[in-house]
Design a protein around this ligand. Structure first.
Ligand code: T4K
Length: 402
């Protein structure tokens, strides 16, 4: 494995007081941006060998041998019967929801990446936003239950930050109300619930393999399922609905994964444990520093489970001396490109904010969490020295307004 390198790796200073901050005229901590989501890239040579084979073979897409191998490896790794690889996570969500025959209203969290809602709206299915549990940032089953109407056909739980949704409770609600249940597992590749890897819960689960995800295929995604008929339907749908030459039996789309994307996936799969050891190390380094700062808390990963530790999620309490947004400004001035994922919540974005102007009334926890969260840089391009630099900036903010 070769790590993504930055031109200048070392932080340029240690911040001891406010006068050391870039917002106060000091030089920035980093010469170049420290991003939240630099890609994890496996062994370059193995990828290049695979790329050369693809070029020699002259088979670039349309269910080629590398994509087929990728699907088998992913299904085997996750312990599910089928993996239907796709060109990205959004199309995978669209195909999964359509294959499940979702219509009318589908309950989703507002506190997620907007693609979860867009995949529904794109098909003229109404996303109904339910509130979250502030302790987990995942759907609150009681809130889901309150949003059910006669038009509800399904629930999409999101395993936000790679921490599992309340699967058992959502299953019980879905069963009682005869709803279809699926999961957006975009953040959850390599994460487990009660020791079982995410991927086998609900009727199907959707992964994103976007460049910024813990496990990437440049762009890519997949729906995984244990349901044979559903898998077969999705295989047709992602290929225009073709069933053999000249015979179209569904209004399909083009959701196919390319061979080069699958080659990246196979390579990265071989280095998955290397990625985890780096993101776990980074997570622990941040946790040791952040949890000792009054007014800040970090979302913790259950160490008895498998985690990918891809997101460093910090909550800024209302009594912290500076606001979350001021903290972001200060960090950006240091070239630390922290993010406000997933502010302000899907319900406050278009078209949802115009369609459902009062949606926020039932989303108090979503609104509070979205106002508090800062996501800090990690991944294989971030070193523990970088993290010490980031934490010295954050610590300086704890001692008073800047
Ligand atoms: N459901 C959920 C819950 C999701 O989180 C997502 C995607 C989806 C569904 C949809 O899956 P896809 O259709 O995307 O497969 C990013 C990603 O674009 C998006 O995939 C992801 N969620 C979302 C959480 O984050 P941004 O706005 O953060 O992207 P951007 O361009 O600002 O990049 C983030 C950081 O990564 C930057 O600091 C730069 C760095 N970066 C980015 C790219 C693309 C690199 O260093 N190299 C790169 O190649 O949305």
């Amino acid at each position: 494995m070769k790590l993504v390198e930055r031109i200048s790796v070392a932080p340029r200073k240690v911040v001891r007081s406010a006068s050391d901050l870039a917002v106060n005229g000091a030089p920035p901590m980093f010469d170049e941006p420290l991003h939240v989501g630099r890609p994890n890239i496996g062994d370059h040579q193995r990828f290049l060998n695979r790329a050369a084979e693809i070029l020699d073979r002259g088979w670039l897409s349309n269910n080629g041998p590398v994509a087929q191998e990728f699907e088998q490896r992913i299904a085997g790794f996750l312990g599910v019967k089928h993996c239907v690889a796709m060109c990205n996570g959004t199309i995978a969500l669209e195909i999964a929801t359509r294959a499940l025959d979702l219509k009318g209203e589908v309950i989703v969290p507002s506190y997620t990446f907007v693609a979860t809602a867009h995949a529904l709206q794109w098909q003229e299915i109404t996303p109904i936003f339910a509130d979250i549990d502030p302790a987990t940032h995942n759907l609150d089953p009681a809130a889901v239950w309150r949003m059910i109407t006669p038009r509800t056909t399904g629930i999409i739980g999101v395993h936000l930050w790679g921490r599992a949704s309340p699967v058992k409770e959502l299953e019980a609600i879905a069963k009682e109300h005869r709803l279809r249940l699926m999961f957006d597992a975009s953040h959850g590749f390599g994460c487990s619930l009660n020791g079982k890897l995410l991927g086998g819960f609900g009727e199907c689960e959707v992964f994103s393999f976007h460049a910024t995800k813990f496990f990437n295929t440049f762009e890519g995604g997949a729906v995984v399922t244990n349901n044979d008929a559903l898998a077969e339907k999705m295989q047709l749908m992602r290929n225009f609905g073709f069933s053999g030459y000249d015979n179209v039996i569904y209004p399909g789309t083009n959701g196919k994964m390319t061979e080069i994307a699958a080659a990246m996936g196979l390579t990265n799969l071989e280095n998955l444990e290397d990625f985890v050891s780096i993101t776990r190390r980074n997570y622990r380094r941040y946790r040791d520093a952040i949890t000792s700062i009054p007014g800040l808390s970090m979302l913790e990963y259950e160490e008895s489970e498998r985690n990918n530790y891809q997101y460093i999620v910090v909550e800024v309490a209302p009594y912290f001396p500076v606001s979350r947004d001021r903290m972001i400004e200060v960090l950006h001035a240091e070239n630390i490109l922290a993010r406000r994922y997933f502010w302000p919540g899907c319900h406050s974005m278009e078209p949802y904010r115009s369609f459902y102007p009062h949606a926020g009334l039932v989303l108090p926890k979503t609104i509070a969490i979205a106002e508090r969260v800062v996501v800090l840089p990690t991944g294989s391009a971030v070193t523990t020295t970088d993290i010490d630099g980031v934490c010295s900036v954050v610590r300086a903010l704890a001692s008073g307004p800047r």
